[in-house]
Design a protein around this ligand. Structure first.
Ligand code: NAD
Ligand code: MG
Length: 298
């Protein structure tokens, strides 16, 4: 099955059911080193002008779901700033190249979201370089598989909460003065918010917190014309998984237990983010879109 064209297609077969070989990278990992390479939509996402003139900040925009979202936003007509860790510069430059080839502006802002002062300055820097800001995608996250509660040390616990949920509070708070009515905030949560794996208890807890944060903030900001929603991915083939996110021996079977029988590709997430960013979803507030291959959610 070609991945270049989006024609009438059986979703079971749109992408191959991959069996990734065992592999390991230290977190956050580089997408360029993965086997097989994930599909972030460079060759298949077609835009239709749905975000013309918009200005977006995507955290974790160098790879995986954030990269697919940043590329789709650019193809839909938006200028895009991406944030990522300094070690991910080469992945970030690849995404910036694709955005620029769409004729859109790409701004790269490396920095660590576990640092509160960096969170406070990130949205202002994006707004300054883009000439405004009206889409914020809180997407960065870390996932380190362990062996249950006793294996989760304090440093691991605090880093995961700082990166995955405290940064969402801090970055969004700093973005508020920049976001005009009509703006959209989209948070990346997870199936883990509903079906926590004992190997990922700290991670799963942050994802449940993101859902709650999304609904509370949506209620606060709706009267001001700013919509807040979330996307909850299932098992998606991204570098998060081989960079400590799964036990190595679990990789060959990754995603095969879903009703579609395969892992998702990052590009399959992008339309959900585009929909929530676009004015077409004007009456969608405080919602979570599940993109998980058919796993039941509440
Ligand atoms: P990814 O590794 O490609 O992207 C995650 C990004 O988070 C990294 O590229 C990195 O830039 C960023 N990040 C992590 N720690 C950071 C820090 N301290 N400071 C700044 N940036 C930091 O993996 P992905 O799967 O595309 O992850 C994107 C989001 O999707 C995450 O929130 C993840 O929890 C969520 N998610 C992924 C899956 C999946 O199966 N891949 C499933 C559910 C939810
Ligand atoms: Mg990355």
């Amino acid at each position: 099955m070609s991945t270049d064209q989006l024609t009438f297609t059986n979703p079971v077969e749109r992408f191959a059911s991959i069996s990734p070989p065992k592999q390991h990278q230290p977190e956050p990992g580089l997408e360029s080193e993965m086997e097989p390479q994930p599909d972030i939509g460079e060759h298949n996402y077609r835009g239709t002008g749905r975000l013309e003139g918009r200005k977006a900040l995507v955290t974790g925009g160098d790879s995986g779901i954030g990269a697919a979202t940043a590329i789709a936003f650019a193809r839909e007509g938006a200028d895009v700033a991406i944030n990522y860790l300094p070690a991910e510069e080469s992945d970030a430059q690849n995404v910036a190249r694709i955005i620029t080839e769409c004729g859109r502006r790409a701004v790269t802002i490396p920095g660590d979201l576990t640092d509160a002062s960096f969170c406070a300055e990130l949205p202002g820097r994006a707004a300054e370089e883009l000439g405004g800001l009206d889409i914020l995608v809180n997407n960065a996250g870390r996932q380190i598989a362990g062996e249950g509660l006793a294996s989760i040390g304090d440093e691991q616990l605090e880093d995961t909460f700082a990166a995955n949920i405290l940064s969402f509070f801090r970055v969004t708070r700093a973005a508020l003065p920049h976001l005009p009515p009509g703006s959209s905030i989209i948070n990346s949560t997870s199936i883990q918010a509903y079906q926590p794996s004992p190997k990922l208890m700290d991670y799963a807890s942050t994802k449940a917190a993101i859902n709650n944060f999304t609904k509370g903030l949506a209620e606060e900001l709706a009267p001001e014309g700013v919509r807040v929603n979330a996307v909850a991915p299932g098992p998606i083939w991204t570098v998060l998984q081989p960079a400590e996110g799964q036990p190595e021996e679990a990789l060959p079977e990754f995603g095969k237990k879903t009703p579609l029988g395969r892992a998702g590709q990052p590009t399959e997430l992008a339309p959900a983010y585009v929909f929530l960013a676009s004015p077409e979803s004007s009456y969608v507030v405080g919602a979570t879109i599940h993109v998980n291959g058919g796993q039941p959610t509440p």
